[in-house]
Design a protein around this ligand. Structure first.
Ligand code: ATP
Length: 232
């Protein structure tokens, strides 16, 4: 589903990513773990086509991110960090706007919106202005817009950051449910989040992949966990 080969990116003299390579298979749920500044958002922006790498190739579902942008966008549902929602719009009006932007055919929009709203537990919030929702519910709206076009891949940038413990549990439950229908890559700086949700983890530090492992493999290497807990 995702194939990243030799990706590097610098902002001026700051090297954000250095020779990053990995693959993610269809159906996986993978955590991209790293501390602040590790390069997670830069990598996600490159995967979603919002940023061009200086070097390297990325394909999503077999489509090249740089040259087959529309095909790539059709396959990806993206939740940016601090998703730019319109606070004055109702949930319904916002999702209608996003359905238009995603070119969901008008005849299918009502059903797609209803499914996304149901899947994210927003049914009783439809008429509420987004600005009046809690941060947890705003994240649900962000997830609802990400699945409107029924993407095969969800890329979520720190989906639980800034949420309270109850909201974190709810969003994790939601991510687990969404994983039944899509491959998921999400970023986080919390090791326990990856353990709670994923089979596999990619650890990014200083712009480099420091580990690419199944959680069970990491757990057997007790020292590795200790090191990660200290570093991440
Ligand atoms: P966070 O968890 O804080 O969002 P991150 O792992 O997502 O961190 P990035 O935001 O990708 O990391 O940043 C990687 C490096 O690139 C950092 O050193 C950051 O300061 C730098 N950086 C990111 N965006 C820019 C930019 N637009 N201009 C200059 N430097 C940037």
């Amino acid at each position: 589903m995702i194939d990243v080969h030799g990706v590097s990116k610098a902002y001026g003299t700051i090297r954000a990513l250095s020779d990053v390579s990995f693959t993610i298979e269809e159906g996986e749920i993978v955590g991209l773990l790293g501390p602040n500044g590790a390069g997670k958002t830069t990598l996600i922006k490159i995967l979603t086509g919002y940023l061009q790498p200086d070097e390297g190739q990325v394909t999503i579902a077999g489509f090249d991110v740089l040259t087959q942008t529309q095909d790539v966008q059709a396959h990806i549902g993206y939740l940016p960090e601090n998703a730019p929602l319109y606070p004055e719009l109702s949930v319904q009006a916002y999702l209608k706007l996003m359905a238009d932007l995603r070119r969901v055919p008008p005849a299918e929009q009502n059903e797609r919106i209803a499914r996304a709203v149901y899947a994210t537990g927003l049914t009783d919030r439809l008429t509420q202005p987004i600005g009046q929702l809690s941060k947890g519910y705003r994240q649900r709206v962000g997830l609802a817009q990400a699945i409107l076009h029924r993407p095969k891949l969800l890329i979520l940038d720190e989906p639980t950051v800034g949420l309270d413990p109850t909201q974190i549990v709810e969003i994790r439950r939601l991510i687990r449910r969404l994983a039944q229908h899509a491959t998921i890559l999400f970023s986080t700086h919390i090791l326990s989040e990856v353990e709670a949700l994923c089979d596999r983890v990619l650890i990014l530090m200083n712009g480099q992949v420091r580990a690419d492992a199944r959680i069970s493999e990491l757990a057997t290497t007790h020292n590795a966990i200790l090191v990660l807990n200290q570093e991440v």
